[in-house]
Design a protein around this ligand. Structure first.
Ligand SMILES: Cc1cc2nc3c(=O)[nH]c(=O)nc-3n(C[C@H](O)[C@H](O)[C@H](O)COP(=O)(O)O)c2cc1C
Length: 158
C-alpha cells in the first residue's frame, strides 16, 4: 500500500474538510496542514505518494501551497503525485496554471467544486461573489461523490 501524505492549504474550512475526508478514504493517510506549526520543516522521506490539496481564489491556487510545492519540486517529481483543487469554478484549473510541471507529472487531478459561507466573507469578497453569482448568500457546488471517486482512483493505484 502506498504511504500517502496529503498536504493541504485553504483559506476557510472546505479544503481542510476535503483533505480529512480523502485521508479517511485512503485508510488513514497522513495530513499536513500548511497553516499548522512546523509545516515548513516537514520531510517527505518515507512517503510514496503526495496529494497537494488547495483552494483557489481569484484564479490563484493557494499561495502557501504553491510556495511549499515549488520549494520541493524536484523531490515531488520523484514521487507519485495527485492534485486536489477546491473552488467553485470547475472549468478552470488554477493548480495547473500555477504548477505546470507538477501537474504534468501528477497521476490524478480532481476539482470537485467548492463552498462559500457568506458570513465568513470580507466586504470585498462579498462584492466579488455578488458580481460573479448575481446573488448574496451561501453557495456550494461541491460534489462529495466526485471527491470519493478520486479517493477510489487513488486507492486502486495503491
Ligand atoms: C472572493 C472569492 C473568490 C473566489 N475565486 C475563485 C476562483 O477564482 N476559482 C474558483 O474555482 N473558486 C473561487 N472561489 C471559490 C472558493 O475557492 C471556494 O469557496 C472554496 O471552497 C474555498 O475553499 P476554502 O474554504 O478551503 O478556502 C472564490 C471564492 C471567493 C469568496
Amino acid at each position: 500500500m502506498k504511504k500517502t501524505l496529503i498536504v493541504f492549504a485553504g483559506k476557510r474550512g472546505t479544503t481542510k474538510e476535503a483533505a480529512g475526508r480523502l485521508a479517511a478514504a485512503l485508510n488513514g493517510a497522513s495530513t499536513l496542514n500548511l497553516a499548522g506549526p512546523g509545516a515548513g520543516r516537514s520531510a517527505l522521506d518515507g512517503y510514496d505518494r503526495v496529494v497537494l490539496a488547495g483552494s483557489s481564489y481569484m484564479g490563484q491556487w493557494n499561495p502557501s501551497l504553491v510556495d511549499w510545492a515549488n520549494a520541493r519540486e524536484n523531490e515531488l517529481m520523484g514521487k507519485d503525485l495527485a492534485i486536489l483543487e477546491l473552488g467553485m469554478n470547475k472549468s478552470e484549473s488554477a493548480a495547473m496554471q500555477a504548477q505546470p510541471r507538477l501537474s504534468a507529472h501528477a497521476q490524478a487531478y480532481c476539482k470537485p467544486g467548492g463552498c462559500v459561507h457568506w458570513a465568513e466573507l470580507t466586504f470585498m469578497e462579498r462584492m466579488i461573489m455578488k458580481m460573479v453569482n448575481g446573488k448574496k448568500g451561501d453557495a456550494s457546488n461541491l460534489d462529495w461523490a466526485e471527491l470519493d471517486a478520486f479517493g477510489d482512483q487513488l486507492k486502486e493505484a495503491q
